[in-house]
Design a protein around this ligand. Structure first.
Ligand SMILES: C[S@@+](CC[C@H](N)C(=O)[O-])C[C@H]1O[C@@H](n2cnc3c(N)ncnc32)[C@H](O)[C@@H]1O
Length: 252
């Protein structure tokens, strides 16, 4: 496993492309490694990530747009149509996944308050082995990390929107040092891997207002993309072994 600085040599604030595996390859690899009994996905869209799960699965999305066979070998798939916060509030997940989600992929609304609430919701439905991953935590320029539409100059990547999900990385570092985290340099915009979730831990729920008030209006353009990369525990996901190493070697 290799620590990397993909921005080395790049001009400050310029666009740089991550070199790791594509996120769907990494997701497939993690399914093969973890062999989860239960899978939770927040944000399923057309089903490209959901189809990779073979186990009992729950998918949440307010506007599913499934156009492929997402069932595969799953024994059951529950598709809950609604925003994740509303679904978590109904406590349906406790009934559908009474032993928690072994593996969770969060790729829903790309605003920090939504990603934060998804982390809280996943933790409330976690077990001791849960591996939770969060998509799009590594914007490769500041424009794609804006909270709303901006006039984009990054022509080649202007359809990409990571929003400000990147804030999860510094928030977890500051407020949940007990969690084991690593960030994979998966293409196109990184994956945050979190382990050590504890459904009895209420720090994030208690500090929600304080933390989000502090972070909501911070712009990556001001925070500094170079600073984000410097502070991020980045792992080069150059192949399946590197992705597996993040889990198997207890790195996080
Ligand atoms: C980037 S797409 C997901 C892509 C999919 N995971 C994949 O890899 O193919 C984001 C999805 O999040 C969904 N979404 C938006 N707001 C949401 C919310 N509040 N809760 C859950 N999902 C949400 C959107 O409808 C959209 O389908």
């Amino acid at each position: 496993m290799q620590a990397v600085n993909p921005r080395e040599g790049a001009k400050a604030e310029s666009t740089v492309h991550l070199k790791g595996l594509h996120y769907l390859e990494a997701l497939k690899t993690l399914h093969e490694l973890l062999l989860p009994s239960t899978y939770l996905e927040i944000g399923a869209a057309a089903g490209d990530s959901l189809k990779l799960a073979d186990c009992l699965s729950v998918a949440i999305d307010p506007t599913f747009a499934i156009g492929i066979n997402v069932m595969g070998r799953k024994p059951a798939l529950h598709m809950l149509q609604g925003g994740s916060v509303d679904i978590f509030a109904t406590r349906q997940l406790a009934g559908l996944l009474p032993n928690g989600a072994d593996f969770a992929f969060v790729d829903g609304l790309h605003l920090i308050e939504a990603a934060y609430d998804d982390l809280v919701g996943v933790e409330a439905n976690a077990n001791q082995r849960t591996v939770a991953i969060f998509h799009d935590v590594l914007p490769i320029n500041a424009e794609m990390a804006e909270r709303g539409p901006v006039d984009r100059r990054d022509k080649g990547t202007r359809d990409w929107w990571t929003g400000d999900v990147w804030k999860l990385v510094p928030i977890i570092a500051r407020h949940r040092p007990d969690l084991r985290v690593a960030v994979l340099d998966c293409q196109p915009t990184g994956i945050l891997v979190v382990q050590g979730l504890d459904r009895r831990n209420d720090v994030l729920s208690r500090l929600r207002h304080e933390i989000l008030s502090e972070w909501r209006d911070v712009r990556l353009a001001s925070y500094g993309i170079d600073r984000l990369y410097r502070e991020t525990p980045l792992v080069h996901a150059k192949d399946a072994a590197a992705v597996i190493g993040v889990v198997a070697r207890g790195r996080f």
